[in-house]
Design a protein around this ligand. Structure first.
Ligand code: AMP
Ligand code: MN
Ligand code: MN
Length: 324
């Protein structure tokens, strides 16, 4: 057995009370990883708690046991001897849940190349999704049965982090794991219906509005969209209704990079970055204190929307000169 996996398994077996957490703006990969671990640990008789510093997007409320994910509240305390952090390149990504990290042993399970190995045990590998690593752990735990619930949450992570097996992070191993999960009762059409093929009314209306104002630089390589507070108010939408928009600009013919700027507050802009073939968007995000993967990254910048737009597009142009 891979010694990093056996170290993780041993510390799980040695623990009694375990806290599971993951990054803010939760996605299918971190929710799937935490829920699968919880179900696996329960089979071992462990007491587990999941806490994240954010709410759960509607599209994931169908996941088995999702009601077990608690939202962090100021002053909350836990009595645990082990903390497992999933899908997060550094501890800052779990936001206020950091306040619960004191003397406990920390396990870091992740697939971001900029992971800073913050754990006492680090299971970090360049795979398409963190759920691949959770699947590897399950395969090595002889006492833990792969149930249809575990298979479903793992498959959701694979589907969301690979864009349904279309992104360049997809490997033959990703497909092999998915094939195996399908043998355990996963319904891929149900997952797809919830996470990919259901949009709120506000999302569709907002999409129309936002796409009308598509911006493109003079070379045609950078395309971007902006969602201001004003636009959200006009259609009665929430930030959550921007789901999926980040993927549009990079589909413009000839574009290499697509960007989505979201105005969370007047001086708090969330930037989503996507590239097609060669531009390392995580290096651009890193300049602004963010991170991610070479083809999908993000950051939050505390400036006005117009300033953020100018700064980020300028940084992308510089990165384009390096990566071309
Ligand atoms: P998103 O555009 O929010 O879907 O994020 C794309 C990728 O970038 C994901 O892998 C995130 O984990 C990562 N990411 C997004 N925002 C940040 C941030 N502020 N800091 C570090 N990584 C981020
Ligand atoms: Mn994630
Ligand atoms: Mn992930």
């Amino acid at each position: 057995m891979n010694e990093k996996i056996s170290a993780v398994i041993n510390s799980i077996k040695d623990a009694e009370n375990i806290l599971l957490t993951g990054h803010i703006s939760p996605d299918g990969d971190n929710l799937g990883s935490m829920l699968a671990l919880k179900l696996m640990m329960e089979q071992l008789g462990k007491k587990t708690t999941i806490i994240i510093d954010d709410s759960i997007p509607d599209c994931f409320t169908f996941l088995p046991n999702i009601e077990e994910v608690q939202q962090y509240e100021e002053g909350l305390t836990v009595d645990v001897d082990l903390i497992v952090v999933v899908d997060s390149s550094n501890l800052e990504r779990i936001a206020r849940v950091q306040e619960l990290v004191t003397e406990q042993i920390v396990i870091n399970i992740d697939h971001h190349e900029d992971n800073n190995l913050f754990g006492d045990y680090n299971l970090v590998a360049e795979v398409a999704a963190t759920v691949e690593l959770i699947y590897n752990i399950q395969q090595e735990m002889k006492e833990v049965e792969l149930t249809s619930e575990i298979a479903t949450v793992l498959a959701t992570g694979l589907i969301t982090d690979t864009g349904s097996f279309r992104y360049s992070n997809t490997t033959s191993l990703t497909h092999q794991i998915m094939a195996e999960l399908l043998n355990y009762g996963v319904d891929p059409s149900l997952i797809a219906k919830h996470v990919l093929e259901t949009n709120s009314y506000q999302n569709l209306i907002l999409r129309g509005k936002v796409l009308q104002d598509l911006q493109v630089d003079s070379t045609g390589k950078i395309a971007w969209l902006k969602v201001s507070r004003e636009m959200l108010e006009e259609v009665g939408a929430e930030l959550e209704d921007t789901e999926g928009l980040v993927n549009y600009p990079r589909t413009l013919k000839g574009a290499e990079v697509g960007v989505l700027f979201k105005e969370v507050e007047e001086q708090e802009i969330r930037v989503g970055l996507r590239s097609n073939n060669y531009l390392k968007v995580n290096q651009v995000a890193d300049l602004f204190g963010g991170g991610g993967h070479p083809r999908a990254a993000g950051c939050t910048i505390n400036l006005k929307l117009e300033e953020v737009e100018k700064e980020v597009i300028r940084a992308i142009k510089e990165q384009l000169a390096k990566d071309k």
